[in-house]
Design a protein around this ligand. Structure first.
Ligand code: XMP
Length: 498
């Protein structure tokens, strides 16, 4: 019944995730017995197969720390100077909580206005010099400033002095420890502090209560040998990227991703060799690739992971503009089959818009999925929410869009010499989805149910079942795809067919 993957993907068609469907298999374990633990690259283990894409509307420190806190990883984008990107890596690794209040510092003699702070419970940290690296003297709260008759008063006139020892806790305290300390000391907040006395952030009781209310996180957080979050960073293959690499390594990046839409190039092969020669301990992920031949070249050059996808992303126009690419289901299957022989994990990059797509990517051979649009509407993505036609949205743009390339991402799409910029991506917006800490655990529970339906209790087992031909697939006709989508919607309390 159905087809083995080997046969289905050998017929000359380029299939997307929506084109194919798995036939159910045999269940002999409960959903909770499914483990999604995996590898991002040869030496980086994750408990959750989710990666936030290196795009400037997706992954900056808040996203990277939040993804790591649930057992996944974020790759910091490179559309900034090397030192700014390195600072973002450091920032993401500077705490063990998925929150960023981005504290503002002031000296006691300064005069501050709180108009730019949304929240009444926001505060400014008062230090001797007015910067993070100096003695903490107290906190100035927006609510106290609002009560002032003279809002131009010096900070010292309304700040609350604090005893450093009673309020500062080590930067790497986790949520449980901070909750315990707040309870024990009967305080409303604590201040996270590094070993050298640098103040990192303020954590209020309110935030701790909110985090406690999120679904129980699926896996343990992704913590590296340095005791900090595992964080990745993107880079290019130009000569100047060697300097960027040095900055990133100094900042403690755990893995670098060579960011290119067509990775099978002499530039990338040379850069892979350079990274492995210069920093043998650092994992390097190559790509993007979609064919066996492309993958073989990068594997031979020594990559620790392969990123798969060309033109499958929601903001991509590469296939239209350049007539090159591949359907993502076919690309993931083909590249994974060859990469598995060398033990190189595959990242299925782009085209994920529901949990079913994640199941398909993982079962077809990928070890992780990389997502852009799926995460871009979250609280943790960079940028502020805006309203479009009454919907709360966040901006999401392709790194090959003219707008992003103007900021520097043209290396990914243009190479060295192109003078005329041709867009390979678009600028858009995605709907507000709330916190990744809330919706990813639900998404992954759905993925576990998909694995259970297929009789696979782990990623390795799923791959074995697929390659042995025990898992069967079929191609869906257009009508079958329509049939597979819910056709009943609830509108103003009434059920309607559409
Ligand atoms: P999703 O579907 O998750 O895709 O939004 C994210 C992936 O798309 C790739 N990407 C682009 N591809 N033009 C392209 O052809 C672009 O401007 C562009 N920007 C991002 C990238 O691989 C990302 O992870």
């Amino acid at each position: 019944d159905g087809y083995a993957a080997l046969k289905l993907f050998d017929q000359g068609y380029s299939y997307t995730y929506d084109d194919v469907i798995f036939l159910p298999h045999y269940i002999d374990f409960p959903t909770d017995a499914v483990s999604l633990s995996t590898r991002l690259s040869r030496n980086i283990a994750l408990s959750v197969p989710c990666v936030a894409s290196p795009m400037d509307t997706v992954t900056e420190p808040h996203m990277a720390a939040s993804m790591a806190s649930i057992g996944g990883i974020g790759i910091i984008h490179s559309n900034v100077t090397p030192s700014s990107q390195a600072a973002m890596v450091r920032h993401a690794k500077s705490r063990r909580l998925p929150i960023f209040s981005n504290p503002v510092f002031a000296s006691p003699d300064s005069r501050r206005h709180f108009d730019d702070f949304d929240d009444k419970s926001s505060c400014i940290l008062v230090t001797e010099s007015g910067a993070g690296h100096s003695k903490l003297l107290g906190c100035a709260w927006k609510r106290d400033w609002l009560d002032l008759k003279n809002r131009d008063a010096k900070v010292s006139e309304y700040m609350q002095s604090i005893e450093r020892s009673s309020v500062c806790v080590p930067w790497n305290c986790d949520l449980g420890e901070i909750d315990g300390i707040l309870e024990e000391k009967k305080r409303d907040f604590v201040v996270l502090e590094k070993e050298d006395g640098e103040v990192v952030d303020v954590v209020t009781k309110e935030v701790v209560e909110r985090l406690k209310g999120y679904p129980r996180l699926l896996g343990k957080g992704s913590v590296g040998p340095d005791g900090k979050w595992i964080v990745g960073a993107a880079m290019g293959t130009r000569e100047s990227d060697k300097e960027r690499l040095e900055h990133l390594v100094k900042a403690g990046t755990n893995v670098v991703v060579l960011d290119s839409s067509q990775g099978n190039s002499i530039y990338q092969i040379e850069m892979i060799k350079y990274v492995k020669r210069t920093y043998p301990e650092l994992d390097v992920i190559g790509g993007n690739v979609v064919t066996v031949a492309q993958a073989k070249n990068l594997i031979e050059a020594g990559v620790d992971g392969l990123r798969v996808g060309m033109g499958s992303g929601s903001i991509c126009t590469t296939q239209e503009v350049c007539a090159v690419g591949r359907g993502q289901a076919t690309a993931v299957y083909k590249v994974s089959s060859i990469a598995a022989q060398s033990g190189v994990p595959v990242i299925a990059d782009g085209g994920i818009s529901n949990s079913g797509h994640i199941v398909k990517a993982l079962v077809l051979g990928a070890s992780t999925v990389m997502m852009g649009s799926f995460l871009a509407g979250s609280t943790e993505a960079p940028g502020a929410y805006e309203y479009q036609n009454g919907c709360r949205v966040k901006k999401y743009r392709g790194m090959g869009s003219l707008e992003a390339m103007t900021k520097g991402s043209d290396a990914r799409y243009l190479g060295d010499t192109a003078k005329l910029k041709i867009a390979q991506g678009v600028v858009g917006a995605v709907a507000d989805k709330g916190s990744v800490l809330k919706f990813l655990p639900y998404t992954l529970q759905a993925v576990k149910q998909g694995f259970q339906d297929l009789g696979a209790s782990s990623m390795d087992l799923a791959h074995d079942l697929l390659r042995s031909g025990a898992l069967r697939l079929e191609v869906r006709t257009g009508a079958a795809q329509v049939e597979g989508i819910a056709k009943v919607i609830l509108k103003k309390g009434k059920i309607q067919l559409f």
